[in-house]
Design a protein around this ligand. Structure first.
Ligand code: APR
Ligand code: ZN
Ligand code: ZN
Length: 408
């Protein structure tokens, strides 16, 4: 916990003016109090804000507006640091600035807006970074990860109506749906998935992105079959979860590919049967050598680069499936051997957020952890205090982490 004076507080003076008598959010009574956005009763919290690409995040006071109808105010307990946060900081996927990043979050419901029925104050929640509107064609057929309203929210950095719930002075601050790089955030109800209170949130947090994306790619997208052969290109926070998803699915051979031996070692601890260092070996040949010359049934690209997508395609055997999980730079393209596409009947599919149906999949994954079949403790390499967020991002970039987690 941060020192008491650094904690969130209700704003009592004029907007933007710090209140000298600060109180922790836990003790704040909000029931029945009339509040208007930006006025008395709004919250002031510490958050790490991205103002400019390729610059460190700035830790500063941000006003959090009250949750509106169908929205939930969450006090974060933990936030994972994911490669997509780095990509956003580097401007490879442009965002509206300023923005509070962090999309792997877990916390406790502080307050709910009108009409919220699935969570109440005090509930423990893991956050989904995809919002399913519940009404559209995708949501209706059970593919809420493709909900266009949710995608717009993710890429636009605002709620569906274009508004935000964060502000610095008069300037709106954008969301990355969850925005867990701050002490509190407001999310749509559909993004706050209740989890049992006995599960430690600083572990459960990694289910919100890395585990859902990796295990989901195996279970939901590829539906890897028992006895399959699998290759995973990129054994980072998400790739290690593809590895453990493949173990859960009963794959007989799981080949991890990375350029760092330390990551290959981690992959073995998560159940990889083989490791290939892409710096030293021709990975496609090495995978074919390990699989009787034909290649694997399933290859997962968990990195986000055209070259490694091509590698994944090439290391799949005829009739197999290459699954692209990694998110490449916005303007990049992949070249494929066109003639092989029909001849070899390989499938090339994308997997976005592990094909998540958050309300079903997040509790399932938490249950697999509780029953000892999913590794979460081992994923969290290091924890950080909120003011160490830039260090956590640096360590991620340096390849030192499976997952780094900020604990509030
Ligand atoms: N070949 C193989 N592995 C590589 C290569 C390469 N050419 N270059 C880097 N790697 C490895 C890194 O060493 C690291 O272990 O890829 C891994 C990437 O892991 P992280 O940085 O931890 O990234 P992660 O959070 O897992 O995200 C990976 O998934 O969800 C998406 O947006 C996310 O596109 C990103 C991807
Ligand atoms: Zn992520
Ligand atoms: Zn929808």
């Amino acid at each position: 916990m941060p020192p008491a004076e650094a904690g969130p507080r209700r704003q009592e003076g004029p907007r933007g003016v710090a209140n000298p008598t600060e109180v922790s959010a836990r003790s704040v009574e909000v029931e029945g109090r009339e509040r208007r956005p930006g006025g008395p009763g709004a919250l002031v919290v510490k958050a790490a804000v991205l103002h400019e690409y390729r610059q460190p995040l700035v830790i500063e006071e941000v006003e959090v507006l009250p949750p509106r109808a169908g929205e939930v105010l969450v006090r974060f307990v933990a936030s994972g640091v994911c490669h997509s946060d780095l990509t956003r900081i580097q401007g490879e996927r442009p965002s509206s600035l300023p923005i509070i990043l962090g999309h792997e979050g877990a916390g406790i419901v502080e307050e709910v807006g009108p009409g919220v029925t699935t969570v109440k104050p005090g509930d423990h929640v893991v956050l989904s970074w995809i919002y399913g509107c519940g009404q559209c064609e995708y949501c209706t057929v059970g593919r809420p990860n493709l909900c266009r309203v949710g995608i717009k929210m993710l890429t636009g950095g605002t709620f569906p109506d274009g508004s935000t719930r964060f502000r610095i002075g008069d300037q709106p601050v954008h969301h990355m749906v969850v925005s867990s790089f701050g002490e509190m955030g407001v999310v749509p109800e559909a993004c706050a998935i209740p989890v049992p209170a006995e599960v430690p949130l600083e572990r459960a947090v990694v289910v919100g992105c890395g585990v859902m994306t990796g295990v989901g790619a195996v279970m939901n997208t590829a539906r890897v079959h028992v006895g399959a052969t699998v290759a995973v290109v990129g054994a980072g926070g998400v790739g290690l979860n593809v590895v453990q998803g493949a173990v859960l699915a009963g794959a007989r051979q799981i080949i991890a590919v990375d350029i760092l031996d330390a990551k290959l070692e981690m992959a073995r601890r998560f159940g990889a049967t083989h490791g290939i260092n892409g710096r030293r070996e021709n990975v496609v040949e090495a995978v074919r050598d390990l699989t009787g010359g034909l290649g694997v049934d399933y290859a997962f690209e968990v990195l986000g680069r055209p070259e490694t997508i091509r590698q994944a395609y090439d290391m799949v055997k005829p009739g197999g499936m290459a699954v692209v999980v990694g998110i490449s730079p916005a303007d990049s393209e992949v070249a494929l051997p066109a003639m092989q596409i029909p001849f070899q009947e390989k499938m090339l599919v994308g997997s976005f957020y592990g094909g998540a149906r958050p309300r079903v999949d997040i509790p399932r994954l938490i249950d697999l952890y509780r029953t000892g079949r999913l590794k979460l403790d081992e994923l969290v390499t290091r924890t950080y205090r909120p003011e160490q967020i830039n260090q956590a991002l640096h360590d991620l970039e340096a390849g030192e982490l499976a997952r780094g987690v900020v604990v509030y």
